[in-house]
Each structure stands twice: as C-alpha cells, then as structure tokens.
Ligand binder design. Structure first.
Ligand SMILES: [Zn+2]
Length: 252
C-alpha cells in the first residue's frame, strides 16, 4: 500500500462502515489486498489474489465466482437465510476483471454484443452518444464496482425479470433483509446521475463505501481510463460524479 494511503487511513480521514454490523466490518489496514490503483481498476486476477475467495457453488449459477473474503462470508449468510425463507437468490456475476469488463464493453461498442436487445453501433453512429447508451447498463473497464470484489448481481440482469412474481418476491426480501448483512442496492431508482435502475446489483457496504471516496478523491485519474474503444469519449464525461458517485446514499 502506498504510504500516503496508509497515512490517510490511519488519520481517520476515511470513515469505514458506520452503518454496518461491526461484526462484519473490515479492519482499515485490510481495505486493499494489493496495490490500491491496480485493485480499484480491476487489474488483477481474483482467483490468485489474496483475500479473494470462491463463492460456494450452492449460492451461484455454477460458474466460478469470487468476492473479498468478508463480503463472501456475509453474502453466504444472507443467501442462505433467503433460501431458508423459500426465496431463490442466485449469484450470476461477482468479481469481474478489467480484461473481462473490456471484453463486454468493446463487444457492445462494436455491436457484436447487444445491449438490452439493441445493436448500439447501428443505433448510435456517433461514438460519444454510443458510449452514453452503453453506460446506461454497462460500466467502462476500470469504472466497475464489480472490480472490487464487493458487488454481485442476483438472478437476472434483465429488468423484465424483476417485474415478474419471482423477481418481485426476491426484491422484496432483499429490500427488507439485506442491510443487516451489509448489502445495499447500488443503483436505486431516483438517482440524479449514473447507470439506470439495477434491482439485481447489490453491494457490500463495509468495504465498498470507503473505496468510493478513495477512488473519487485520490487514486484514479482520467489517464486511468484507457485501452478500450471510446475511452477518450468516456473521459470527456463527468464520469466520476456520474458513474462512481452515482450510487445509493449509504454507499458514498
Ligand atoms: Zn452488476
């Protein structure tokens, strides 16, 4: 860890998890498992990085999924409680690397992968408009909370699912029960900026909250957003304010 980061944390400049169960809050010195900048940008492999663990298959869709150790512990408890209550809660996405996010982003940029059923390369010949369209539901590489090992997607990333009986039941359970486990919906309705409403995306606040501040204030600059299609167009946006800070109040 860079010395100034340690100093910042030691000085108490960063508040860690004031609203979460103190039993699951991490020690301040444990905030970064590796170099802070590489970590925040997702430039590492979760399967070989210290303090990342694989989630138990019974709470995932079967594909290997990784989270920070404390987030994984809290998540497993929460999903087990949901399952005991008769709710189907399944992790369909957890930690994603910069490389994985770049693959998703570039495919949406070229139109090889559809976004909510649409080919955005055809719909938006202007690349700045296309980036804004992708950013309704997908983050740019280096900008994703999924890099941090604190965030998961449940059940389905199709908004229609969350209007069905099963989706509504899952959302009601999460809304009523997730916070004591440390989890908050990141992209709630009624925010001024940022991604669209994502009822499937939940974040482990004790670790993720201090990361937002550090990302915003200190660690990540415009130059970090590079190496993907449309990067210069994304840099022209107020990207930190919209896509990093544009989250639930309890997560910033
Ligand atoms: Zn997500």
């Amino acid at each position: 860890m860079a010395l100034w980061v340690s100093a910042l944390l030691m000085a108490g400049a960063v508040q860690v998890a004031p609203q979460a169960d103190p039993g699951v809050a991490p020690a301040r010195s444990k905030l970064f498992p590796i170099d802070p900048t590489a970590y925040l940008l997702g430039r590492f492999r979760a399967d070989t990085t210290t303090d990342f663990v694989r989630l138990p298959p019974k709470i995932t869709d079967g594909r290997p999924a990784y989270l920070r150790t404390q987030a994984a512990r809290a998540l497993t408890k929460m999903v087990t409680a949901a399952q005991e209550a008769g709710l189907a809660l399944t992790v369909v996405s957890a930690t994603r690397s910069y490389a994985a996010q770049r693959q998703i982003w570039n495919a949406k940029f070229t139109g090889a992968r559809r976004s909510m059923g649409r080919n955005l390369a055809e719909a938006y010949p202007d690349t700045s408009e296309r980036c804004l369209a992708i950013l309704q539901y997908s983050s740019a590489p280096g900008l994703s909370r999924h890099h941090w090992g604190t965030d998961v997607d449940f059940n389905s990333t199709d908004p229609v699912y969350w209007q069905t009986g099963r989706g509504i039941a899952a959302l009601e359970w999460l809304t009523g029960n997730a916070q004591p486990f440390g989890f908050y919906m990141a992209y709630t309705q009624g925010r001024e900026h940022g991604y669209r409403y994502e009822p499937w995306h939940w974040s482990y606040q004790p670790i993720a909250r201090p990361l937002v501040r550090l990302y915003f204030d200190r660690l990540i600059s415009d130059e970090a957003l590079t190496g993907f299609l449309g990067a210069s167009q994304v840099r022209e946006l107020p990207w930190k304010r919209w896509y990093v800070e544009g989250v639930h109040e309890a997560l910033k």
